[in-house]
Design a protein around this ligand. Sequence first.
Ligand SMILES: Cc1cc2nc3c(=O)[nH]c(=O)nc-3n(C[C@H](O)[C@H](O)[C@H](O)COP(=O)(O)OP(=O)(O)OC[C@H]3O[C@@H](n4cnc5c(N)ncnc54)[C@H](O)[C@@H]3O)c2cc1C
Length: 483
Amino acid sequence: MKPTLLSFTSLFVYLGLILAPIGISIQLGLPHRPWMDQVSSNLGMLAFNIILLEFWSTGRIKIISKLLGIDWVLQVHQLFARTAVLLLVAHPFMYSLPGRPHYSPGPANETYLGLSSNSFISGLVGLIVLGIMVGLAITRNKSQGKYETWRAAHAIMAVAVALLGFHHTVHAGRYAQEPIMHLYWQVALGLALLSVAWVYLVKPFTQSMNAYQVVSIKEASHRIWELVIQNSHNKTASYKAGQFAWLKMGNSAPLYENPFSIASCSDGQSSQMTFLIKDVGDFTHQVTELKAGDKIYVDAPYGNFGHKVVSSNSDEIVLIAGGVGIAPIVSLLRKMAQSDQATILQKKIVLIYGNRITEQIVDIAQMVNLSAFKHLELINVITEPDTTWHGLTGVLDKTSLEKILKSSGIQMNAAQYLVCGPAVMIDSVENALADLGVGLGHIDSEKFQYDFGQKNARNRLSLANWLMATSALIASAIYWVNR
Ligand SMILES: Cc1cc2nc3c(=O)[nH]c(=O)nc-3n(C[C@H](O)[C@H](O)[C@H](O)COP(=O)(O)OP(=O)(O)OC[C@H]3O[C@@H](n4cnc5c(N)ncnc54)[C@H](O)[C@@H]3O)c2cc1C
């Protein structure tokens, strides 16, 4: 994920969407209500609108993921869920401050609040479920539970929160009695539920009609498997180098799908795709048991890793892969090797490939025509070398990266960096590059993990942006009241 003008613009668009119900209520010129009452309503409307928009930032909408990259989309999803909880917790307490309105049902043009015991219960239960949901999502990585169980629970709770929130909003919210506001919430809820139906019903159906088959499966290196699949109807596999796919094995039912980078490169005609999959758990272990002809269900393509760097004007590109993080880099190298543009093939490319042991190194030369490149240098770094290893050793940190980049003659501040691998490695490399004076705008990274939590320069920037965005939303809720 690279901070770009597009990602900032998208954040503004997203804030605009969140603020839409307040904008509509202002346009409707609804009657004046006590100030605290209105601020509280605004906070409630913003929070519920965020909850409904969250359904669209789960990373499963291809166009959004392609435009902004999966890390950006998921950070927005994870961080704004916190904003919704914050605003929702503040929302009822503000009504209980001095000068609070009477709680009583009634039409839109009355000044008091339309809270009934039913809408009180739906609001309270919705808030509790949301709190549990966000808490479980934040602590998921530390829990022992299965990912699929968490994902099913997350989806069910999300739908419950949306329905409870809708009930509360349209019954307790005085403005929601207004037909246009009522319609707004109906449409927003409908779109949110549509996105769930899209992911859990429509996609599995279309995948089952459009299955792939295993062409070959072989161990490319220690516990890393090279899987080649082909569309059963010979339909062209359409994707860009660096993107990833959600794969299901055995059947197309929802939940049992995992993300994997595409290691091949589309020539616009082939119906095949290649993946490098590391056997690390329940799902990935099944790959080791696949045989030719087995069915695979694909939802692709997603993400935009490397797109801007490969087409950038920079003369120097540094590719940094950790373990199986080499997969999208192989795809990007294949794409560049196919290029007929001399400027691309003449770029100075340094590929730093980190692995724990030598047996994990995937033979890139077997997968990419390295001779097409005029200035490509491949540097392997091993953290746990055996006595036969004579290359570089240790982790990729500031010292080792500085040494490698200097000896390769890379101009650190001018080069573009592509980093892919496990979250811990990405954090270490991004922190090291930041310490070496490389701007975040020069680094495009893709984490093979969805959790937000590591302390690194990029996450600090995201947190700062999120804090500013949340403050702007609160300020708007206070400022934008019917006067
Ligand atoms: C964008 C992206 C691209 C990836 N590309 C590759 C690749 O090319 N090759 C490769 O080997 N690995 C890749 N991964 C990692 C791969 O998805 C996980 O290793 C795999 O899902 C682990 O599943 P498991 O059940 O075998 O292991 P488990 O031990 O059950 O899971 C290990 C961890 O993987 C994550 N995970 C598990 N299931 C899912 C799921 N359904 N969706 C999302 N995350 C999940 C969770 O954080 C979990 O804690 C990629 C991940 C992402 C996010």
